[in-house]
Design a protein around this ligand. Structure first.
Ligand SMILES: Cc1cc2nc3c(=O)[nH]c(=O)nc-3n(C[C@H](O)[C@H](O)[C@H](O)COP(=O)(O)OP(=O)(O)OC[C@H]3O[C@@H](n4cnc5c(N)ncnc54)[C@H](O)[C@@H]3O)c2cc1C
Length: 481
């Protein structure tokens, strides 16, 4: 590679992105004695997790927040760094606010009766059955792979039922899980994702499922702890703009100079890969995959109150809203000690697009109206109110994750999903087989990518003896339980 008048950092492995995937990859490699540098574009670690201590003393999670009991990789990482969790608040009766204003309270995980429920339950049971056929490690081996991937979720739902209320429920479920509309997402991706989580209920429910617990010190606590352990190996404010591969290694161009390494791990979502210039250009399959992987659209809004007033009325604060409200779902996001009351509202999919276009006062008024519908009149006057609109975040451009549009898996999945390209390895939750889209998937993807790199470095060391990376050669396989 030619010499240039720019600062040059030499390392064995360069990791791009200091979210959970990149930090885990770097931790694994560093544990194994491999010299590694992490390059992060923004001024903080944690990526799509971000906790903030508000002036009231309440810590809010603007991004990823929940951890479930089968999310073993994240739980192990948190345990290693002593990061505690507590159960999600779920006291009292939940509420459905129907599109015609009807309010239906219910106890337990899901309402037993209501408009569209029989058809909704039949179709979600069918989704679960079909998800049971998915091969999460080699999705293209799944029976009826191309057939499922040729349909959108919307097309499938409408082919199954004409019950508009069931369709409303299914649409809200897709918006809530993928922050997208059913017309945008591949049916196969929906099935893959359900399989990857261990079942539909795992995605949807709170207790013993994905929404089971929260981190006492915020969901980016384990990420901050990993970064502290890695020390000055993590470089913040260093966007990677271009990556060049040659016979000798990889050269990453950043705003602060060049980084030369033997291998690189790209631990960024597909939408961020798209912004990096590659020389040589990425293979067509990888580019095709990226083109079929848009980011979901979500905002989280927190309203902080002096006390969790809804509990006195027997309400859990958990509500699902259909119709014109910008908000799809509300949760009780109060801190563990319960000294304040916090409601979090999720705005997603097309509702987010419409709501984000409003001016700040109109946005606030419409969310507070939804919170009043969900929790009662006291919700109109929070002591503190804060929004995080993820599509406006420069390096993330949305959330919770990139989903796959119809035809993406069949057209480009086999070579484009996570197969290394020369010296480039892919991490990030979008490349996970287990808990794809979740923090846990980001962690396991970092472990997998680190194992790939260690194997490649060791193979080279055999060919030309030098430092090897024995510690992670027994590459851990992703597992649910
Ligand atoms: C609102 C919201 C709610 C969510 N809720 C949950 C939840 O409750 N539970 C759960 O498990 N998951 C949840 N998720 C998803 C979860 O947060 C993500 O799956 C996970 O954090 C992704 O981690 P990652 O490391 O794969 O990617 P990221 O966290 O996106 O990390 C990628 C990093 O790369 C950096 N980067 C991008 N481009 C470049 C570049 N060119 N050069 C250098 N650095 C770059 C970015 O700044 C970022 O820090 C939620 C996400 C959002 C947004």
């Amino acid at each position: 590679m030619e010499q240039r008048e720019r600062p040059v950092v030499e390392t064995r492995v360069a990791v791009v992105g200091a979210g959970y995937a990149g930090l885990t990859a770097a931790l694994e490699l560093t544990d194994a004695g491999v010299d590694t540098v992490v390059l992060e574009a923004s001024d903080r670690v944690g990526g799509r997790t971000l906790s903030e201590l508000r002036p009231s003393g309440v810590r809010v999670d603007h991004g990823g927040q929940w951890v479930g009991p089968t999310q073993h990789r994240l739980r192990a990482l948190a345990a290693r760094f002593g990061c505690a969790t507590f159960p999600t608040w779920e006291t009292g009766r939940h509420l459905e606010v129907w599109h015609d204003g009807t309010r239906v309270g219910y106890a337990g995980a899901a309402p037993a009766t209501g408009p569209g429920i029989p058809e909704y339950e039949r179709i979600t049971a069918l989704l679960d059955r079909l998800a049971g056929t998915v091969d999460v490690d080699s999705p293209w081996q799944t029976p009826r792979f191309a057939e499922f991937d040729g349909h959108s979720a919307e097309g499938f739902f409408r082919s199954e039922t004409g019950d508009e209320d069931a369709l409303r429920r299914l649409a809200l479920a897709v918006q809530g899980v993928w922050c997208a509309e059913p017309s945008e997402i591949s049916l196969f991706h929906v099935l893959f994702y359900i399989a990857s989580a261990g079942g539909y209920e795992q995605l949807m429910e709170t207790r013993d499922c994905a929404q089971d617990s929260r981190f006492t010190e915020g969901a980016d606590g384990p990420a901050r702890a990993v970064a502290a352990a890695l020390g000055d190996r993590v470089r913040l404010g260093v966007p990677v703009r271009a990556i060049r591969q040659c016979a000798a290694g990889v050269e990453l161009s950043t705003d602060r100079g060049l980084v030369r390494a033997e291998r690189a791990v790209l631990a960024v979502p597909p939408t961020a890969v798209h912004r990096i210039a590659f020389d040589p250009v990425l293979p067509a399959a990888r580019r095709g995959w990226i083109g079929h992987s848009p980011m979901g659209r979500v905002a989280k809004v927190h309203a902080v109150y002096r006390r969790p007033f809804w509990r006195a009325a027997g309400s859990s604060g958990i509500a699902t809203l259909y119709g014109d409200h910008p908000v799809g779902v509300v949760f009780d996001n109060s801190p563990e000690d319960g000294r304040h009351g916090v409601l979090v509202a999720f705005v997603y999919g097309d509702r987010l697009t419409r709501w984000a276009a409003l001016d700040p006062d109109a946005r606030r008024a419409s969310v507070l109206a939804a919170l009043v519908a969900a929790a009662g009149p006291e919700a109109a006057e929070p002591d503190d109110y804060t929004e995080k609109v993820w599509p406006q975040q420069e390096w993330t451009t949305g959330g919770y994750e990139c989903f796959v549009t119809p035809g993406g898996w069949t057209g480009h999945g086999r070579q484009g999903w996570r197969e290394p390209v020369g010296r480039l390895h892919w991490a990030g939750t979008e490349t996970a087989s287990v808990w794809n889209g979740y923090i846990d998937g980001a962690v396991s993807s970092g472990e997998r990518a680190a194992a790939e790199v260690a194997e490649a470095l060791a193979a080279r060391a055999v060919a030309a003896p030098g430092p090897a990376a024995p510690g992670i050669m027994s590459s851990r396989h992703e597992q649910h339980r």
